[in-house]
Design a protein around this ligand. Structure first.
Ligand SMILES: Cc1cc2nc3c(=O)[nH]c(=O)nc-3n(C[C@H](O)[C@H](O)[C@H](O)COP(=O)(O)OP(=O)(O)OC[C@H]3O[C@@H](n4cnc5c(N)ncnc54)[C@H](O)[C@@H]3O)c2cc1C
Length: 429
Protein backbone atom coordinates (compact mmCIF):
# COMPACT_ATOMS: atom_id res chain seq x y z
CA UNK A 1 0.00 0.00 0.00
CA UNK A 2 1.27 3.55 -0.73
CA UNK A 3 1.53 6.16 2.03
CA UNK A 4 -1.84 7.45 3.17
CA UNK A 5 -2.83 10.54 1.19
CA UNK A 6 -1.72 13.40 3.47
CA UNK A 7 0.05 16.75 3.47
CA UNK A 8 3.22 14.83 4.34
CA UNK A 9 2.98 12.38 1.44
CA UNK A 10 2.37 15.35 -0.87
CA UNK A 11 5.50 17.14 0.37
CA UNK A 12 8.17 14.41 0.71
CA UNK A 13 11.72 15.46 -0.22
CA UNK A 14 11.99 12.51 -2.56
CA UNK A 15 10.12 9.29 -3.10
CA UNK A 16 11.94 6.18 -1.91
CA UNK A 17 11.64 2.54 -2.87
CA UNK A 18 13.04 -0.67 -1.40
CA UNK A 19 12.64 -4.12 -3.00
CA UNK A 20 10.61 -6.84 -1.30
CA UNK A 21 12.29 -9.94 0.11
CA UNK A 22 12.26 -12.94 -2.24
CA UNK A 23 14.92 -15.27 -0.81
CA UNK A 24 16.07 -16.95 2.39
CA UNK A 25 18.61 -14.87 4.28
CA UNK A 26 20.50 -14.74 7.60
CA UNK A 27 21.34 -11.82 9.89
CA UNK A 28 22.32 -10.84 13.43
CA UNK A 29 19.12 -8.89 14.00
CA UNK A 30 15.80 -8.79 12.16
CA UNK A 31 13.58 -5.77 12.87
CA UNK A 32 9.88 -5.97 11.98
CA UNK A 33 8.37 -2.53 11.33
CA UNK A 34 9.62 0.44 9.32
CA UNK A 35 8.56 3.29 11.64
CA UNK A 36 10.67 5.33 14.06
CA UNK A 37 11.06 2.45 16.54
CA UNK A 38 12.26 -0.06 13.96
CA UNK A 39 14.45 2.32 11.95
CA UNK A 40 16.21 3.78 14.95
CA UNK A 41 16.84 0.38 16.49
CA UNK A 42 18.36 -0.61 13.15
CA UNK A 43 20.50 2.56 12.98
CA UNK A 44 21.77 2.16 16.53
CA UNK A 45 22.72 -1.47 15.95
CA UNK A 46 24.30 -0.83 12.55
CA UNK A 47 26.37 1.96 14.10
CA UNK A 48 27.75 -0.76 16.39
CA UNK A 49 28.57 -2.98 13.39
CA UNK A 50 25.64 -5.39 13.70
CA UNK A 51 24.14 -6.92 10.53
CA UNK A 52 20.51 -5.79 10.47
CA UNK A 53 17.59 -6.65 8.21
CA UNK A 54 14.44 -4.52 8.51
CA UNK A 55 11.15 -5.61 6.94
CA UNK A 56 8.07 -3.44 6.49
CA UNK A 57 4.74 -4.80 5.32
CA UNK A 58 3.88 -1.62 3.37
CA UNK A 59 6.23 1.37 2.81
CA UNK A 60 8.78 2.89 5.19
CA UNK A 61 6.83 5.42 7.29
CA UNK A 62 3.46 3.98 6.24
CA UNK A 63 2.32 3.62 9.90
CA UNK A 64 1.97 6.30 12.57
CA UNK A 65 5.53 7.54 12.05
CA UNK A 66 4.79 8.95 8.60
CA UNK A 67 1.43 10.53 9.35
CA UNK A 68 1.50 12.03 12.86
CA UNK A 69 1.20 15.59 14.16
CA UNK A 70 4.97 16.10 13.97
CA UNK A 71 5.12 17.31 17.57
CA UNK A 72 8.53 16.47 18.96
CA UNK A 73 7.93 16.28 22.71
CA UNK A 74 10.41 15.37 25.45
CA UNK A 75 9.74 12.53 27.87
CA UNK A 76 7.80 9.27 27.98
CA UNK A 77 4.05 9.70 28.54
CA UNK A 78 2.88 9.41 32.13
CA UNK A 79 6.43 8.58 33.21
CA UNK A 80 5.38 9.14 36.85
CA UNK A 81 3.55 5.80 36.67
CA UNK A 82 6.88 4.02 36.33
CA UNK A 83 7.45 4.76 40.02
CA UNK A 84 4.43 2.56 40.87
CA UNK A 85 6.35 -0.46 39.67
CA UNK A 86 10.00 0.57 40.06
CA UNK A 87 12.25 1.91 42.80
CA UNK A 88 12.65 5.69 42.74
CA UNK A 89 16.21 5.26 41.46
CA UNK A 90 15.04 3.01 38.60
CA UNK A 91 12.13 5.32 37.75
CA UNK A 92 14.59 8.23 37.62
CA UNK A 93 16.87 6.27 35.29
CA UNK A 94 13.94 5.74 32.87
CA UNK A 95 12.85 9.39 33.21
CA UNK A 96 16.38 10.51 32.27
CA UNK A 97 16.30 8.50 29.04
CA UNK A 98 12.90 10.00 28.11
CA UNK A 99 14.19 13.48 28.91
CA UNK A 100 16.91 13.26 26.23
CA UNK A 101 14.67 11.69 23.57
CA UNK A 102 14.40 14.91 21.53
CA UNK A 103 18.20 15.28 21.64
CA UNK A 104 18.53 11.89 19.94
CA UNK A 105 16.28 13.15 17.13
CA UNK A 106 18.34 16.34 16.75
CA UNK A 107 21.50 14.24 16.69
CA UNK A 108 20.14 11.99 13.91
CA UNK A 109 19.04 15.03 11.90
CA UNK A 110 22.46 16.69 12.23
CA UNK A 111 24.60 13.59 11.81
CA UNK A 112 22.78 12.29 8.73
CA UNK A 113 21.83 15.68 7.24
CA UNK A 114 18.09 14.96 7.28
CA UNK A 115 15.95 17.76 5.95
CA UNK A 116 12.66 17.63 7.91
CA UNK A 117 11.71 21.23 8.84
CA UNK A 118 12.87 20.77 12.44
CA UNK A 119 11.91 23.75 14.63
CA UNK A 120 12.39 24.46 18.33
CA UNK A 121 9.56 25.34 20.71
CA UNK A 122 6.53 23.57 22.13
CA UNK A 123 3.84 24.86 24.43
CA UNK A 124 1.39 22.79 26.45
CA UNK A 125 -1.72 24.83 27.20
CA UNK A 126 -4.05 24.68 30.21
CA UNK A 127 -7.81 25.14 30.00
CA UNK A 128 -8.50 25.29 33.73
CA UNK A 129 -6.84 25.85 37.10
CA UNK A 130 -6.17 22.18 37.80
CA UNK A 131 -4.38 21.77 34.45
CA UNK A 132 -2.37 24.91 35.21
CA UNK A 133 -1.34 23.42 38.56
CA UNK A 134 -0.30 20.25 36.75
CA UNK A 135 2.00 22.27 34.48
CA UNK A 136 3.56 24.20 37.36
CA UNK A 137 4.19 20.95 39.26
CA UNK A 138 5.67 19.31 36.14
CA UNK A 139 8.04 22.25 35.61
CA UNK A 140 9.26 22.05 39.20
CA UNK A 141 9.57 18.28 39.11
CA UNK A 142 11.50 18.21 35.82
CA UNK A 143 13.82 21.02 36.90
CA UNK A 144 14.54 19.20 40.17
CA UNK A 145 15.26 16.02 38.24
CA UNK A 146 17.77 17.88 36.06
CA UNK A 147 15.98 18.55 32.72
CA UNK A 148 18.59 20.46 30.75
CA UNK A 149 16.33 22.56 28.50
CA UNK A 150 14.53 25.76 29.45
CA UNK A 151 10.98 25.39 30.89
CA UNK A 152 8.88 28.57 31.36
CA UNK A 153 5.38 29.01 32.70
CA UNK A 154 3.36 31.65 30.83
CA UNK A 155 0.24 33.24 32.30
CA UNK A 156 -2.82 34.10 30.21
CA UNK A 157 -1.61 37.54 29.02
CA UNK A 158 1.84 36.38 27.82
CA UNK A 159 0.38 33.19 26.38
CA UNK A 160 -1.07 35.45 23.68
CA UNK A 161 2.47 36.01 22.35
CA UNK A 162 2.33 32.38 21.27
CA UNK A 163 -1.28 31.12 21.02
CA UNK A 164 -4.03 33.60 20.29
CA UNK A 165 -7.16 31.86 21.52
CA UNK A 166 -9.68 32.46 24.31
CA UNK A 167 -9.65 28.79 25.29
CA UNK A 168 -6.60 28.79 27.55
CA UNK A 169 -5.51 30.34 30.83
CA UNK A 170 -1.78 29.68 30.54
CA UNK A 171 0.86 27.21 29.44
CA UNK A 172 4.28 25.66 29.81
CA UNK A 173 6.92 26.35 27.15
CA UNK A 174 9.58 23.69 26.63
CA UNK A 175 12.52 24.90 24.57
CA UNK A 176 13.79 21.30 24.26
CA UNK A 177 10.71 20.19 22.31
CA UNK A 178 9.50 21.38 18.92
CA UNK A 179 8.07 20.15 15.64
CA UNK A 180 9.06 18.58 12.32
CA UNK A 181 7.90 16.85 9.11
CA UNK A 182 7.65 13.24 10.37
CA UNK A 183 7.57 11.45 7.01
CA UNK A 184 10.70 13.26 5.83
CA UNK A 185 12.40 12.36 9.11
CA UNK A 186 11.38 8.72 8.70
CA UNK A 187 12.52 8.49 5.08
CA UNK A 188 15.77 10.29 5.98
CA UNK A 189 16.37 7.79 8.76
CA UNK A 190 15.77 4.94 6.30
CA UNK A 191 18.49 6.41 4.04
CA UNK A 192 20.79 6.72 7.08
CA UNK A 193 20.13 3.07 7.97
CA UNK A 194 20.81 2.03 4.37
CA UNK A 195 24.08 3.99 4.33
CA UNK A 196 25.16 2.01 7.40
CA UNK A 197 24.48 -1.28 5.62
CA UNK A 198 20.99 -2.10 6.98
CA UNK A 199 19.08 -4.20 4.44
CA UNK A 200 15.56 -2.81 4.13
CA UNK A 201 12.69 -4.66 2.45
CA UNK A 202 9.30 -3.04 1.80
CA UNK A 203 6.05 -4.85 0.90
CA UNK A 204 7.42 -7.66 3.07
CA UNK A 205 5.05 -8.69 5.80
CA UNK A 206 6.20 -10.98 8.59
CA UNK A 207 3.53 -13.69 8.52
CA UNK A 208 4.82 -15.67 11.50
CA UNK A 209 8.00 -16.47 13.36
CA UNK A 210 9.45 -19.41 15.27
CA UNK A 211 11.36 -18.74 18.47
CA UNK A 212 14.58 -20.63 19.26
CA UNK A 213 18.33 -20.23 19.50
CA UNK A 214 17.92 -18.69 16.03
CA UNK A 215 14.56 -17.04 15.29
CA UNK A 216 13.03 -17.81 11.89
CA UNK A 217 10.76 -15.17 10.37
CA UNK A 218 8.50 -16.21 7.49
CA UNK A 219 7.36 -13.85 4.75
CA UNK A 220 5.37 -14.61 1.59
CA UNK A 221 8.38 -15.16 -0.66
CA UNK A 222 11.28 -15.63 1.71
CA UNK A 223 12.51 -16.15 5.23
CA UNK A 224 15.03 -14.63 7.64
CA UNK A 225 17.09 -16.53 10.19
CA UNK A 226 18.15 -14.09 12.89
CA UNK A 227 20.02 -14.32 16.17
CA UNK A 228 17.69 -11.63 17.55
CA UNK A 229 14.26 -10.34 16.61
CA UNK A 230 12.81 -6.88 17.34
CA UNK A 231 9.04 -6.44 17.09
CA UNK A 232 8.27 -2.80 16.22
CA UNK A 233 4.80 -3.03 14.64
CA UNK A 234 3.15 -0.96 17.38
CA UNK A 235 -0.56 -0.27 16.67
CA UNK A 236 -0.29 -2.23 13.39
CA UNK A 237 1.14 -5.43 14.89
CA UNK A 238 -2.14 -7.29 14.13
CA UNK A 239 -2.08 -11.02 14.70
CA UNK A 240 1.68 -11.47 14.37
CA UNK A 241 2.04 -11.61 18.16
CA UNK A 242 -1.24 -11.89 20.04
CA UNK A 243 0.12 -11.07 23.49
CA UNK A 244 1.57 -7.75 22.30
CA UNK A 245 -1.65 -6.96 20.42
CA UNK A 246 -3.67 -7.49 23.60
CA UNK A 247 -1.46 -5.16 25.61
CA UNK A 248 -2.62 -2.13 23.53
CA UNK A 249 -5.78 -0.46 22.18
CA UNK A 250 -5.24 0.77 18.61
CA UNK A 251 -7.13 4.11 18.56
CA UNK A 252 -7.45 6.42 15.58
CA UNK A 253 -6.26 10.02 15.64
CA UNK A 254 -7.10 12.43 12.80
CA UNK A 255 -5.42 15.47 11.24
CA UNK A 256 -6.46 18.18 8.81
CA UNK A 257 -4.11 20.49 6.88
CA UNK A 258 -5.56 23.82 5.76
CA UNK A 259 -4.43 25.87 2.80
CA UNK A 260 -1.44 28.14 3.70
CA UNK A 261 -2.17 31.03 6.10
CA UNK A 262 -1.22 34.63 5.25
CA UNK A 263 0.83 36.85 7.63
CA UNK A 264 -2.29 38.35 9.25
CA UNK A 265 -3.73 34.90 9.99
CA UNK A 266 -0.45 33.71 11.49
CA UNK A 267 -0.26 36.83 13.68
CA UNK A 268 -3.79 36.06 14.86
CA UNK A 269 -3.17 32.39 15.70
CA UNK A 270 0.38 31.05 16.26
CA UNK A 271 2.71 34.07 15.96
CA UNK A 272 5.75 32.34 17.50
CA UNK A 273 5.42 29.17 15.39
CA UNK A 274 5.47 26.70 18.29
CA UNK A 275 3.77 23.32 18.40
CA UNK A 276 0.80 23.25 20.78
CA UNK A 277 -1.04 20.52 22.73
CA UNK A 278 -3.77 20.89 25.30
CA UNK A 279 -3.90 18.73 28.42
CA UNK A 280 -7.20 16.97 27.82
CA UNK A 281 -7.12 13.21 27.46
CA UNK A 282 -8.97 13.60 24.15
CA UNK A 283 -6.63 16.40 23.23
CA UNK A 284 -6.25 19.00 20.47
CA UNK A 285 -2.74 19.27 18.96
CA UNK A 286 -1.68 21.71 16.29
CA UNK A 287 1.17 23.58 14.65
CA UNK A 288 2.10 25.35 11.43
CA UNK A 289 3.81 23.46 8.62
CA UNK A 290 6.89 24.97 6.98
CA UNK A 291 4.66 26.23 4.16
CA UNK A 292 2.38 27.87 6.77
CA UNK A 293 -0.59 25.50 6.80
CA UNK A 294 -2.43 24.87 10.06
CA UNK A 295 -2.03 21.15 10.84
CA UNK A 296 -4.72 20.48 13.42
CA UNK A 297 -5.23 17.06 15.01
CA UNK A 298 -7.48 15.32 17.48
CA UNK A 299 -9.97 12.50 17.82
CA UNK A 300 -13.59 12.77 16.91
CA UNK A 301 -14.83 9.26 16.55
CA UNK A 302 -15.60 7.34 19.70
CA UNK A 303 -17.57 4.49 18.14
CA UNK A 304 -14.49 2.43 17.33
CA UNK A 305 -15.31 2.72 13.58
CA UNK A 306 -12.66 3.75 11.03
CA UNK A 307 -12.90 7.57 10.48
CA UNK A 308 -13.87 8.64 6.94
CA UNK A 309 -12.47 11.62 5.02
CA UNK A 310 -15.68 13.72 5.15
CA UNK A 311 -16.07 13.05 8.89
CA UNK A 312 -12.47 14.05 9.63
CA UNK A 313 -12.81 17.29 7.64
CA UNK A 314 -16.07 18.25 9.34
CA UNK A 315 -15.30 17.30 12.95
CA UNK A 316 -11.65 18.29 13.18
CA UNK A 317 -12.43 21.58 11.41
CA UNK A 318 -15.10 22.26 14.08
CA UNK A 319 -12.53 21.58 16.78
CA UNK A 320 -10.07 23.91 15.06
CA UNK A 321 -12.67 26.70 14.82
CA UNK A 322 -13.38 26.44 18.56
CA UNK A 323 -9.71 27.31 19.12
CA UNK A 324 -9.24 29.70 16.18
CA UNK A 325 -12.62 31.07 14.95
CA UNK A 326 -10.73 33.46 12.63
CA UNK A 327 -9.79 30.51 10.35
CA UNK A 328 -13.44 30.06 9.33
CA UNK A 329 -12.85 30.74 5.63
CA UNK A 330 -9.77 28.59 5.17
CA UNK A 331 -10.03 25.66 2.79
CA UNK A 332 -9.07 22.22 4.09
CA UNK A 333 -6.57 20.74 1.61
CA UNK A 334 -5.83 17.38 3.28
CA UNK A 335 -7.44 15.10 5.88
CA UNK A 336 -6.13 11.75 7.14
CA UNK A 337 -5.97 9.47 10.15
CA UNK A 338 -3.77 6.79 11.69
CA UNK A 339 -3.66 4.47 14.65
CA UNK A 340 -1.96 5.16 17.94
CA UNK A 341 -1.28 2.31 20.37
CA UNK A 342 -2.78 3.26 23.72
CA UNK A 343 -1.87 1.27 26.84
CA UNK A 344 -4.07 0.88 29.92
CA UNK A 345 -1.77 2.95 32.15
CA UNK A 346 -0.57 5.10 29.20
CA UNK A 347 3.13 4.27 29.69
CA UNK A 348 5.10 2.70 26.82
CA UNK A 349 5.88 -1.01 26.90
CA UNK A 350 9.42 -2.24 26.30
CA UNK A 351 10.77 -5.67 27.04
CA UNK A 352 11.54 -9.20 25.94
CA UNK A 353 9.23 -12.07 25.01
CA UNK A 354 12.17 -14.45 25.04
CA UNK A 355 15.94 -14.31 25.47
CA UNK A 356 16.39 -12.99 21.93
CA UNK A 357 12.95 -11.50 21.07
CA UNK A 358 12.51 -7.82 21.94
CA UNK A 359 9.62 -5.37 21.62
CA UNK A 360 8.77 -1.69 22.06
CA UNK A 361 5.24 -0.32 21.64
CA UNK A 362 2.36 1.59 23.25
CA UNK A 363 3.54 5.18 23.15
CA UNK A 364 -0.09 6.25 23.70
CA UNK A 365 -0.16 8.98 21.06
CA UNK A 366 3.15 10.51 22.05
CA UNK A 367 5.92 8.69 20.23
CA UNK A 368 7.91 10.85 17.81
CA UNK A 369 10.70 11.46 20.32
CA UNK A 370 10.05 8.51 22.72
CA UNK A 371 10.46 5.95 19.90
CA UNK A 372 14.01 7.21 19.47
CA UNK A 373 14.73 6.71 23.18
CA UNK A 374 13.04 3.28 23.10
CA UNK A 375 15.23 2.28 20.15
CA UNK A 376 18.35 3.15 22.17
CA UNK A 377 17.11 1.03 25.06
CA UNK A 378 16.29 -1.96 22.84
CA UNK A 379 19.53 -1.80 20.86
CA UNK A 380 21.60 -1.48 24.06
CA UNK A 381 19.63 -4.43 25.45
CA UNK A 382 20.70 -6.52 22.44
CA UNK A 383 24.32 -5.42 22.55
CA UNK A 384 25.07 -5.70 26.24
CA UNK A 385 22.02 -6.65 28.32
CA UNK A 386 21.61 -2.98 29.23
CA UNK A 387 20.05 -2.37 32.68
CA UNK A 388 17.28 -0.06 31.45
CA UNK A 389 15.65 -2.76 29.33
CA UNK A 390 15.77 -5.23 32.20
CA UNK A 391 14.14 -2.63 34.46
CA UNK A 392 11.37 -1.95 31.94
CA UNK A 393 10.89 -5.66 31.32
CA UNK A 394 9.75 -6.00 34.95
CA UNK A 395 6.90 -3.48 34.59
CA UNK A 396 3.66 -5.51 34.45
CA UNK A 397 1.28 -4.80 31.54
CA UNK A 398 -2.43 -5.58 31.45
CA UNK A 399 -3.52 -7.88 28.64
CA UNK A 400 -7.00 -7.20 27.31
CA UNK A 401 -9.33 -9.97 26.17
CA UNK A 402 -8.99 -10.53 22.41
CA UNK A 403 -11.45 -10.26 19.56
CA UNK A 404 -13.12 -7.48 17.64
CA UNK A 405 -16.14 -7.52 19.92
CA UNK A 406 -14.08 -6.42 22.85
CA UNK A 407 -11.71 -3.96 21.25
CA UNK A 408 -14.16 -1.65 19.45
CA UNK A 409 -16.99 -1.21 21.99
CA UNK A 410 -14.55 -1.17 24.92
CA UNK A 411 -12.50 1.51 23.17
CA UNK A 412 -15.67 3.51 22.50
CA UNK A 413 -16.78 3.34 26.13
CA UNK A 414 -13.28 4.27 27.30
CA UNK A 415 -13.19 7.26 24.96
CA UNK A 416 -16.64 8.46 26.04
CA UNK A 417 -15.54 8.23 29.67
CA UNK A 418 -12.46 10.37 28.97
CA UNK A 419 -14.45 12.84 26.88
CA UNK A 420 -16.94 13.24 29.74
CA UNK A 421 -14.09 13.64 32.26
CA UNK A 422 -12.43 16.33 30.08
CA UNK A 423 -15.76 18.16 29.75
CA UNK A 424 -16.35 18.04 33.49
CA UNK A 425 -12.88 19.27 34.44
CA UNK A 426 -13.14 22.15 31.96
CA UNK A 427 -16.57 23.07 33.33
CA UNK A 428 -15.46 23.03 36.98
CA UNK A 429 -12.64 25.58 36.66
C1 LIG B 1 -2.61 10.77 13.57
C2 LIG B 1 -1.48 10.61 14.56
C3 LIG B 1 -0.94 11.74 15.15
C4 LIG B 1 0.11 11.61 16.06
N1 LIG B 1 0.73 12.75 16.51
C5 LIG B 1 1.85 12.64 17.28
C6 LIG B 1 2.58 13.80 17.61
O1 LIG B 1 2.29 14.91 17.15
N2 LIG B 1 3.66 13.66 18.44
C7 LIG B 1 4.04 12.44 18.92
O2 LIG B 1 5.01 12.37 19.69
N3 LIG B 1 3.39 11.30 18.56
C8 LIG B 1 2.33 11.37 17.73
N4 LIG B 1 1.68 10.24 17.32
C9 LIG B 1 2.22 8.93 17.76
C10 LIG B 1 3.47 8.53 16.99
O3 LIG B 1 3.30 8.77 15.62
C11 LIG B 1 3.75 7.04 17.24
O4 LIG B 1 3.85 6.81 18.63
C12 LIG B 1 5.05 6.57 16.60
O5 LIG B 1 5.15 7.00 15.27
C13 LIG B 1 5.13 5.04 16.67
O6 LIG B 1 6.21 4.61 15.88
P1 LIG B 1 6.45 3.06 15.63
O7 LIG B 1 7.63 2.93 14.78
O8 LIG B 1 6.47 2.37 16.95
O9 LIG B 1 5.13 2.56 14.91
P2 LIG B 1 4.65 2.83 13.40
O10 LIG B 1 5.18 4.09 12.88
O11 LIG B 1 3.16 2.65 13.38
O12 LIG B 1 5.36 1.69 12.57
C14 LIG B 1 5.01 0.35 12.68
C15 LIG B 1 5.23 -0.28 11.32
O13 LIG B 1 5.23 -1.70 11.46
C16 LIG B 1 4.71 -2.24 10.27
N5 LIG B 1 4.28 -3.62 10.55
C17 LIG B 1 3.33 -4.02 11.42
N6 LIG B 1 3.20 -5.36 11.39
C18 LIG B 1 4.12 -5.81 10.48
C19 LIG B 1 4.47 -7.12 9.98
N7 LIG B 1 3.82 -8.22 10.41
N8 LIG B 1 5.45 -7.22 9.07
C20 LIG B 1 6.11 -6.10 8.63
N9 LIG B 1 5.80 -4.86 9.03
C21 LIG B 1 4.82 -4.71 9.96
C22 LIG B 1 3.57 -1.29 9.92
O14 LIG B 1 3.21 -1.38 8.55
C23 LIG B 1 4.13 0.07 10.32
O15 LIG B 1 4.68 0.76 9.23
C24 LIG B 1 0.61 10.32 16.43
C25 LIG B 1 0.07 9.18 15.83
C26 LIG B 1 -0.97 9.31 14.90
C27 LIG B 1 -1.52 8.10 14.25
Amino acid sequence: MPHVSSYYAASVNQKSHFESLSSDIKTHVCVIGGGFTGLNTAISLAEKNYDVVLIESEKIGWGASGRNGGQLISGFTFSDYFSKHLSSEEAHQIWKIGAVATDIVRQRVNQYGISCDLKEGFIEVAMNASQMRELIERKEDWQTKGYKHQLSIVEESSLKDHVISDRYIGGLIDSGSGHLHPLNLCLGEAQAAKSLGVKIYEQTKALSFEAGETVTIHTKEGSIKAENLVLAGNAYIGNLQKKLRRMIFPASSCIIATEPLNDKMINETLPSDMAVCDLNTILDYYRLSSDRRMLFGGRYNYSGAEPDDAGIRKHIRNRMLKVFPSLENLKIDYAWSGNVAVTMNRIPQLGKLDRNIFYAQGYSGHGVAPTHAAAEIISNGIVNEDKSLNILNRVPHVQLPGGKWFSSPAMAIGMMYYQFRDLLSNYIK
